[in-house]
Ligand binder design. Structure first.
Ligand code: ADP
Length: 400
């Protein structure tokens, strides 16, 4: 069953057509810089990359182009449904769900929790419903997988009425990725589907870790928003909240300005003063750039500490899974994190780590060590699989 996967951001729309049963990606692309003179549509089909200038196109015009593209390449008629990535489902959604007007209303209610992401996600839903009125549409939430966390993991130790009245709690993000790689880990590493304890480390531009016990998220590092947790590309991760009040006064700036710095000028970029990109930092550190080296060191330390915290949530650890652009590719970062976790028995096999564990089903540790493994994430496939599964269920209901 072929599914159109849509991920609408504030100035971009990523799309893919995926065969949910085989995992084959038939078409993928991105409409980016939407609303600007340099708006463009870039796509890959049958091994060929193509591009088109969109001239100031907004989301609506860009997705119409995607619709035309689907016709041109002959996929339009084969698509059985549309799966939408939705960032913040609050505590309202604990799984993927067919989109109805009630679901749209609930996603709207979550806008205060995800003010940057939910509005473009909703726009994508609305446009897709107009463009493809006959196709079922499904919402897949970044937060849903973490709804199984117990209160001790999701509560912040703040006045309880903040939680009750204002929904202040840990929600967690990257849920689609944590779910996908933990499921893959069970298969690839031969773990017991009913009894496993996995720490998943999604390390990309945004970074988060999750503690997955028997298929359920028990804790995660991101919080009310994706700013919480470990050091990221441009985000600070967890800090002493008093820093916000302190820097507001010191800089004579608003809380919004300080938050902007914590979101966009902190993390690897903040410490290095050079870049948020791990590759650039590794090259600079190799050439003696002290702050690039410090940023990488702080990053690894922060991830290893968080992984140790996740092991506390699990009570044991069967596997530590690395994924995301850094997790899948940065050999030295993985090596350092595993080294810092040596106290828990982790021992790297440097040779297989060098080749990302490819010859060992992802595994990069020695046979006597708890497993650490590299498993490529595929959020689009997870979205396509959920959408196909939900549509399949609907068909059965219709046929009954
Ligand atoms: P996003 O979260 O935006 O999807 P990615 O998962 O693609 O981001 O991760 C981007 C990060 O992965 C960047 O810091 C980039 O430098 C890093 N990365 C990608 N390839 C490599 C590599 N070969 N070595 C080290 N870091 C890499």
């Amino acid at each position: 069953m072929k599914i159109l996967v849509l991920n609408c951001g504030s100035s971009s729309a990523k799309f893919a057509v995926i065969d949910a049963s085989t995992g084959e990606e038939r078409l993928s692309g991105i409409a980016q810089r939407l609303g600007s003179p340099s708006a463009s549509l870039d796509w890959k089909f049958a091994g060929q990359k193509r591009s088109k200038v969109l001239h100031h196109a907004e989301h609506g015009a860009a997705l119409r182009e995607v619709g035309e593209l689907l016709n041109e390449v002959g996929l339009a008629k084969e698509i059985a449904g549309v799966g939408h990535r939705v960032v913040h489902g609050g505590a309202k959604f604990s799984g993927s769900i067919p989109i109805t007007s009630e679901v749209v209303a609930k996603i709207e209610e979550c806008i205060p929790l995800g003010p940057l992401h939910n509005p473009p996600n909703l726009l994508g839903i609305q446009i897709a419903q107009d463009l493809f009125p006959d196709l079922p549409q499904v919402a897949i939430f970044d937060t849903a997988f973490h709804q199984t966390m117990p209160p001790r993991a999701y509560l912040y130790a703040v006045p309880y009425e903040w939680f009750e009245k204002y929904e202040v709690r840990r929600y967690g993000f990257h849920g689609t990725s944590h779910r996908y790689v933990s499921q893959q880990a069970v298969r690839q590493l031969g773990l017991d589907p009913e009894d496993h304890a996995i720490v998943t480390a999604h390390l990309g531009n945004g970074c988060s870790l999750a503690a997955v016990r028997d298929g359920k998220s028990m804790d995660t590092t991101m919080g009310l928003t994706p700013l919480d947790g470990v050091v990221m590309g441009t985000r600070s991760g967890s800090i002493d909240p008093s820093i916000i009040a302190h820097m507001k006064k010191a800089l004579h700036r608003s809380a919004d300005d300080v938050m902007d710095a914590l979101n966009k000028r902190s993390g690897l970029l903040g410490i290095s003063g050079l870049s948020n990109d791990m590759r650039t930092l590794q090259e600079a550190a190799d050439q003696g750039h002290a702050r690039a080296a410090l940023a990488i060191d702080k990053f690894c330390y922060s991830v290893a500490k968080a992984a140790a915290g996740m092991i506390v949530s699990l009570g044991r650890v069967d596997a530590l899974v690395f994924t995301g652009g850094i997790g899948e590719n940065a050999v030295q970062v993985r090596a350092r994190i595993v080294e810092l976790l040596g106290f828990a028995g982790f021992a790297l096999d440097p040779h297989v780590n060098q080749t990302h564990g490819k010859a060992q089903r992802g595994r990069i540790t020695r046979s006597t060590s708890p497993m650490a493994a590299v498993i490529a994430t595929n959020e689009e496939l997870m979205i396509a699989m959920d959408t196909a599964e939900i549509i399949g269920r609907g068909e059965k209901v219709a046929a009954a």
